[in-house]
Design a protein around this ligand. Structure first.
Ligand SMILES: *Cc1c(COP(=O)(O)O)cnc(C)c1O
Length: 223
């Protein structure tokens, strides 16, 4: 087992609070892009229960080599790759456009399953990022909640990488506001997935209850 991964996981478990200020339990998802199956399994052995992939090809290549755990998909998803994830993904974080939701619902319906999803919100209105505009979150929710084979479990966001702390706090708080507004009329809302290695403390403080950490667990990515 890789000791540094084990140490990182143990350190994080003591540093991440049990609950956010809303009293909600915080779920840690390990972001595993570019990591080897050995490293991923070391993290699972150290206590990681949930892992998130970005790339369908990587997900497929490593699928049979990974110890049992909850699987999340957190990366940009092309419609024609849904078939490789279907039934093997417990939560799709990155539903960032209507046609993707329509296709995932259609394929889930054909497979006689319901897929749990989060709607990705482009909270910083960044041209380089996917996701629904914050002002259109409600509209996206209304359209996607009609689709028969999807269950919307909450929202996902990535904060801008280069913003100062006050901006990050403001955006994270805005995200929680949008989440609370939708949660008020949907009892399925459970997850606000927001927070990476550089900003998870700010996000948890603002009310995130699911954080996705890569670097903090596995170290710097070189690939
Ligand atoms: C890579 C990635 C993360 C984790 O990023 P780190 O900064 O390494 O913690 C979280 N979410 C998504 C969507 C990612 O692609």
């Amino acid at each position: 087992m890789d000791n540094s991964i084990e140490n990182n996981v143990k350190n994080l478990s003591s540093r991440i609070p049990q609950a956010n200020p809303y009293g909600e339990k915080i779920t840690l998802v390990a972001a595993v892009k570019t990591q080897t199956p050995q490293s991923i399994n070391a993290a699972i052995a150290a206590g990681i229960t949930d892992i998130g992939d970005n790339h369908v090809q990587e997900f497929r290549d490593k699928y049979d080599l990974i110890s049992p755990c909850n699987r999340h998909f957190i990366g940009h998803l092309q419609t024609n790759k849904i078939k490789f994830l279907l039934g093997k993904t417990q939560l799709y974080h990155s539903i960032d456009r209507l046609p993707l939701a329509v296709e995932l619902s259609k394929r889930s319906e054909n497979a006689e399953i319901t897929s749990d999803i989060l709607l990705q919100i482009n909270i910083g209105n960044e041209p380089t990022k996917g996701g629904f505009e914050p002002d259109r979150a409600e509209e996206a929710y209304e359209r996607i909640s009609c689709l028969p084979a999807l269950k919307i479990k909450g929202l996902m966001a990535m904060l801008p990488l280069d913003a100062d702390e006050n901006t990050l706090k403001r955006l994270a708080a805005h995200m929680r506001e949008i989440y609370d507004k939708l949660r008020a009329y949907d009892p399925n809302f459970t997850y606000l997935s927001m927070g990476m290695s550089g900003d998870w403390r700010i996000c948890v403080e603002a009310g995130s209850n699911m954080i996705r950490l890569g670097t903090a667990i596995f170290g710097k990515r070189f690939a």
